[in-house]
Design a protein around this ligand. Structure first.
Ligand SMILES: Nc1ncnc2c1ncn2[C@@H]1O[C@H](COP(=O)(O)OP(=O)(O)OP(=O)(O)O)[C@@H](O)[C@H]1O
Length: 309
């Protein structure tokens, strides 16, 4: 079963300007199915429509047209049933008020009617300790960790995390990745949007890339690498770079550039050309070391969206 299903979803907003108003299409005819048990990463440049799509999944915003089902329910007629089984980390949460972090977690437990242990939840996000003072004194990263603890209440079947790494230091980002994996191992579906491509690459089964309101691609990162290509790099260290080797490598289909530096040959090429490059070098020299890097998700993102990450 699909945990999240969007069919032909379009969302238009009326944007009121100082002089005149116009209509913005935030999502255009989006079809998407996130399977039960997946970790799905939702990527896209600023203004691509990611938050709008998430708000529609949570029934905070209604689509102009199209249908949305979450955990088997229609979001517009059954949002209460969905929210009971979903943990949400909203984008840009502003921690205000005099309640402590622990009190916020207790309220979330009460609202969901579960018997979670607040200390255990706070400990999972490394917030046991700073949990006892008012959240208005929290830093951005602390507020983000607290929101994550609240999202985990009740072992939700679905976690929807909007830009979960916002404000987190590297330790916080690692905690976030660990929790995403633990929740997924428990059986939860995790859907999260992010600009931080390494985060997505580290934990996601599949990614969807949204650009200008259109879902331009949905695939596993490995398959995206294969289909989109991008630049791989091969560095070969030889006892001595033989005459003619750079030219022979440059002639291989898919090779973009060849540079030599002392006993090193550095090659930029398409993924498919890596093996022939290594073989050509082995044929003509004694190779002492080979290292390769795949095109990064950042390269893929730039290729798909026609810009930078
Ligand atoms: N309430 C609103 N009224 C008018 N336009 C809106 C509204 N909310 C979003 N938009 C517009 O819809 C488009 C998509 O915005 P959205 O916030 O969904 O993008 P996003 O991918 O989440 O961006 P970011 O990565 O910057 O958070 C943008 O052009 C934005 O200006």
């Amino acid at each position: 079963m699909a945990a999240i299903e969007l069919r032909g979803v379009t969302k238009r907003y009326e944007r009121r300007g100082l002089r005149r108003s116009n209509v913005v299409t935030a999502l255009h005819d989006v079809d998407l199915a996130v399977e039960d048990g997946e970790v799905f990463g939702f990527l896209g440049p600023n203004g691509a429509g990611k938050s709008t799509a998430i708000d529609i999944m949570l029934d905070y915003v209604q689509p102009t047209s199209g249908a949305v089902r979450v955990l088997g329910h229609d979001v517009q007629t059954n949002s209460v049933a969905i929210r009971e089984r979903t943990g949400v980390l909203p984008d840009g949460y502003d921690a205000v008020g005099e309640r402590t972090g622990r009190e916020h977690v207790e309220l979330a437990i009460e609202a969901k009617g579960t018997n979670d242990n607040p200390d255990a939840l706070l400990e999972r996000v490394d917030m046991l300790g700073p949990d006892s003072y008012p959240v208005e004194q929290y830093s951005k990263g602390m507020a983000q960790r607290l929101m994550l603890a609240m999202a985990l209440v009740g072992e939700p079947d679905l976690l929807i995390l909007d830009e979960p790494s916002t404000g987190l230091d590297p330790n916080g980002a690692r905690t976030m990745r660990r929790i995403v994996r633990e929740e997924n191992d428990r059986g939860a579906t995790v859907f999260f949007s992010s600009h931080i491509l390494e985060q997505v690459e580290a934990v996601c089964d599949r990614v969807g890339i949204l650009d200008g309101g259109e879902l331009v691609t949905v695939d596993s990162i490995d398959r995206l690498r294969e289909t989109i290509g991008g630049t791989a790099r091969v560095t070969l260290e030889c006892s001595q770079v033989p005459n003619g080797a750079p030219d022979r490598i440059a002639a291989i289909d898919g090779v973009a550039s060849v540079e030599t530096n002392g006993t090193k040959i550095q090659v930029a090429c398409e993924n498919r050309a890596k093996a022939p490059v290594i073989a050509a070098c082995h044929d003509s020299a004694t190779v002492t070391n080979v290292s390769t890097t795949d095109p990064s998700l950042e390269d893929l993102f730039a290729t798909v969206t026609g810009g930078g990450a």
